[in-house]
Design a protein around this ligand. Sequence first.
Ligand SMILES: C[S@@+](CC[C@H](N)C(=O)[O-])C[C@H]1O[C@@H](n2cnc3c(N)ncnc32)[C@H](O)[C@@H]1O
Length: 231
Amino acid sequence: MSLPQGVEMSHLILKRFISFGDYALDATCGNGHDTQFLAELVGEEGQVLAVDIQEEAVANTQSLLKNKNLLGRVRIIRGDHKNVKNLIEEEFSLKTNENSFSLETSLKSEKGNNKENESNKTESKIEKDLNKKSLFKAAIFNLGFLPGSGKEIITTPETTLPALKQSLEFITSGGVLVIVAYTGHPGGKEECQQVLDWAGNLDSHNYNVLHQKYINQSAEPPQVIAVEKRT
Ligand SMILES: C[S@@+](CC[C@H](N)C(=O)[O-])C[C@H]1O[C@@H](n2cnc3c(N)ncnc32)[C@H](O)[C@@H]1O
């Protein structure tokens, strides 16, 4: 037994919050490992929205989830998470009114492939959430670059911060937003610090914020920031 490292810690937190039937967001799906973990936690009745800016990441996630026979509960889209609000609203055919979502059209089961017969149960779950202005029980941002690929495409504060703020709006009361931040690559420290500055200033009446960091290691293991939405 050993202390959990970044990704393991993020999974421990996600597992604590997510139940069968929940919805979850993976805002940087990469090779699909976090998406797979979420898909297993939400079960057949749940849904995972997986987003990545890179075609290669989308393909890798698609392939992993297909191999694991989990595609039916996952929607994978290529996009920049700095526009995650629009991506979510489009994918779930939601339109925001002043204080609540409305279901604009029936869900996109007609898009075929991995949607199967999810339309009805998805619709009823969304209807349940309409008045709460929320959708996801949990979201994960595993920052940095795609492992096994080039380091040219990388998360940056300019896109990460807007994406985090938008995603938090879609988290249910009692839900959680988890960030795994790497500080060993150029720009990583600054990105991590900006996430900490943002999360550390969230109102404590509405949010609990946790920061996990190893403080005696030179290899700079990833840090975890978790934001629990209290109300
Ligand atoms: C550390 S990897 C994610 C690992 C992944 N969660 C997994 O389990 O394999 C970071 C990912 O963020 C993606 N990314 C970088 N900038 C992005 C952006 N603006 N919007 C969405 N994804 C982005 C990269 O393409 C990369 O795949």
